[in-house]
Design a protein around this ligand. Structure first.
Ligand SMILES: [Zn+2]
Length: 428
């Protein structure tokens, strides 16, 4: 089947493209782009007033399957991804059991093939059971589709083991996605350590717990000559460490999440457990540093760190609630509001962080509208106004601090491998 997306503003940073064009898809691939393309046998999609981009990629989500299907499943998480404008998500291995072997990844692959309406690519665990004791078999996991390794949710405490993992990842040709946290320094905290934590009487997580571990792991990656991707950067010092390492030529890339440039630790004053996130929401100064890092390219990627938890789990005292919030369905909208409408980034720069950069870091063929590439496309209505409500979320869990937010700009259409998955905001 052929599809022709007509008259949209096509933004493809990988091709330096930003103009009103038509895009033709055929046999699951991008067949070409140009002005006033005509083809008799193609179904035409009118994209007038829309922005047409390479399919967006969220390289940090938790789909909770296997083990916590009450929180999220591959099926519901993939539907949330569609609503959020993502054609590809990378699911983290902190499931139960952890995604730490070829056998478990093979089983997950069957579930993905059956249930997922977008591309779901797993990250394998760095260590068996994510226990930080023994390395998982990276080569075997790559054969079963792992696109990265990560012990996300935990940091690898043992530096020697981390160095070996980096060397193994290098020889397997994949990146290490690194959750950086020194648990001695984070000291069982529940929010950012500082004025607010003292004021509202909650235990603080220091900034050192994040940036000192980033510094260590960058040094190890440099020694191994391996690619390292720093997950969920939240504070100014972390940005400075990464900026310097990039200047020094280390193969480091970094991501942040929308909550780190849209919210601060003042939100915790309501004791809303949906603001309990790890790393924690920081201060206005950190928000400014994260935005600056997005502008100068120190931070390459925006990822949601979609972390579903049930109402039951979150409806407890702040101290007892699990860390995390959902984000697949708010990530793009919050980013448009804060970064485009807030005049921080241009549209091409924003799309680079949602498509071209994650594709490059993960070594994917997508993230581009180049002729011959898989036809993964997102159509964004930049003027659509809406309010995020629990009722409209596809995710099985509703733990979002953005519920009630009025946003402008939303994904309206989605093609995965040349097939329409959402049109006019309706999942097909
Ligand atoms: Zn993490």
């Amino acid at each position: 089947m052929k599809y022709l997306i007509k008259g949209g503003r096509v933004i493809d940073p990988s091709e330096n493209m930003d103009e009103v064009l038509d895009i033709l898809m055929s046999d699951g691939k991008i067949a070409g782009s140009g002005r006033s393309l005509q083809t008799k046998d193609a179904k035409v999609i009118d994209a007038g007033g829309m922005i047409v981009t390479p399919g967006l990629i969220d390289m940090h989500v938790h789909l909770r399957e296997p083990g916590r299907e009450d929180e999220e499943t591959v099926l519901t998480g993939a539907r949330a991804a569609v609503k959020g404008g993502f054609t590809t998500v990378v699911c983290m291995p902190n499931t139960d059991p952890a995604l730490d072997s070829a056998e478990i990844l093979a089983k997950l692959k069957i579930i993905i093939a059956k249930d997922a309406i977008v591309n779901v690519l797993p990250a394998g665990a760095i260590t068996i059971g994510r226990l930080g004791k023994e390395l998982a078999d990276i080569k075997e996991m790559v054969k079963e589709g792992a696109v990265a390794i990560s012990d996300d949710g935990s940091s690898v405490e043992d530096g020697e083991l981390m160095l070996k993992a980096l060397k193994n990842a290098k020889s397997a040709g994949i990146v290490v996605i690194d959750h950086c946290e020194d648990i001695v320094l984070s000291n069982k905290g529940v929010m950012n350590k500082g004025f607010m934590s003292t004021k509202i009487g909650l235990r603080g997580i220091s900034r050192e717990s994040e940036w000192i571990r980033i510094e260590r792991d960058i040094a190890l990656a440099e020694k191994a000559g391996a690619k390292i991707h720093i997950a969920h950067v939240s504070c100014k010092e972390s940005v400075n460490v990464i900026r310097k390492a990039k200047k020094d030529g280390v193969l480091v890339t970094a991501e942040t999440a929308p909550h780190y440039f849209a919210l601060t630790d003042e939100c915790c004053a309501t004791y809303d457990t949906n603001t309990k996130i790890n790393p924690p929401l920081r201060t206005a100064e950190d928000v400014a540093a994260v935005k600056e890092a997005l502008v100068d390219g120190t931070i390459d990627v925006i990822a949601s760190d979609h972390a579903p938890h049930t109402d039951c789990e979150k409806d407890v005292e702040f101290d007892l609630a699990p860390f995390g919030k959902i984000g697949l369905e708010s990530s793009l909208g919050v980013s448009i509001n804060e970064l485009i409408n807030g005049k921080v980034l241009t549209w091409p720069k924003l799309i680079e962080k949602f498509a071209a950069n994650p594709a490059r870091i993960l070594g994917l063929e997508t993230g581009t509208l180049k002729k011959g590439a898989p036809a993964d496309i997102t159509i964004i209505d930049p003027k659509k106004e809406y309010v995020i409500t629990k009722e409209t979320l596809e995710s099985k869990s509703k733990n979002s601090p953005f519920v009630g937010w009025r946003l402008t700009g939303k994904a309206a259409g989605l093609f995965v491998s040349g097939k329409p998955v959402m049109l006019n905001e309706k999942i097909l």
